[in-house]
Design a protein around this ligand. Structure first.
Ligand code: ZN
Ligand code: ZN
Length: 251
């Protein structure tokens, strides 16, 4: 915990040198503070997530006391995902939900930098993810990217790659059609909605290599699965996934 806190404080101070001046306060919860580093409460929260049990495959968190440490969730038991493993900083709630929203809709790029560097630490500490060789963000469809002005997954992927020294290929995977929002769709419909939506544009940079796929949130894993299938069929040697936050599972 202390090591993690020191790491966070150090990276944040480094980062400040490259940023426009920010108002003081915790970048995650907004609590008043004389510094611009994550506050003690947020650091405790992130450390608590790291100690919580999760599905070993998709990395989603067991909610409350549900599930068993060391096991697989019911979705992964029914059908193994196309990716080898997925991991995240914590549950899609509270500070992480707020951070993702402020990055995506509030255009707080400094949060993308902070979260991307935190993801690099998640990758470094995980036996499956630390063997990744190239970083690829989940793409947005071209009109969506134009409307938003940026792809949040790309911001995260670039910061992660910068902190971990891995090459990042932001155009390796493309989204070639618009898809309906996944929210509210059942698991099979989510999959149907995304089928054929992604293509690999540059197979040469991925061939035989383990790809680290980056996104903001993993809910059912349908997007990660569809991207993984496409990456594998283009010759990737394996796919692992990292997201800022992941949904909880109860069974
Ligand atoms: Zn805080
Ligand atoms: Zn699972």
């Amino acid at each position: 915990m202390e090591r993690f806190a020191r790491f966070l404080a150090a990276l944040w101070e480094d980062l400040l040198a490259f940023l426009v001046p920010l108002p003081p306060g915790c970048p995650l919860c907004g609590a008043a503070s004389p510094t611009r580093s994550p506050c003690a409460k947020c650091l405790d929260r992130l450390a608590e997530y790291r100690s919580r049990p999760r599905c070993l495959r998709c990395g989603r968190w067991w909610s409350g006391n549900a599930g068993n440490a060391g096991g697989l969730c019911s979705d992964c038991r029914r059908e193994a995902p196309a990716f080898l493993a997925a991991r995240s900083l914590g549950s899609y709630e509270g500070i992480l939900r707020r951070a993702v929203h402020r990055l995506k809709y509030g255009r707080k790029m400094f949060l993308g930098e902070l979260l991307g560097r935190l993801l690099a630490e998640v990758v470094r500490e995980d036996a499956a993810l630390c063997r990744a060789e190239v970083v690829v963000p989940v793409p947005l469809y071209v009109t969506r990217r134009r409307t938003r002005g940026f792809n949040q997954a790309e911001v995260l992927a670039r910061a992660l790659a910068g902190a971990s020294g891995l090459p990042v290929y932001c155009d390796a995977l493309l989204k070639i059609r618009r898809t309906a929002p996944q929210t509210g769709l059942s698991r099979p419909l989510r999959r149907e909605n995304l089928r054929g939506a992604f293509v690999v544009r540059d197979p040469a940079v991925l061939r035989g290599r383990r790809v680290l796929l980056v996104d903001d949130v993993l809910t059912t894993g349908a997007t990660a699965t569809e991207c993984s299938r496409e990456l594998l069929s283009a010759g990737a040697g394996g796919v692992v996934v990292v997201t800022v936050a992941a949904a909880d599972v109860t069974k």
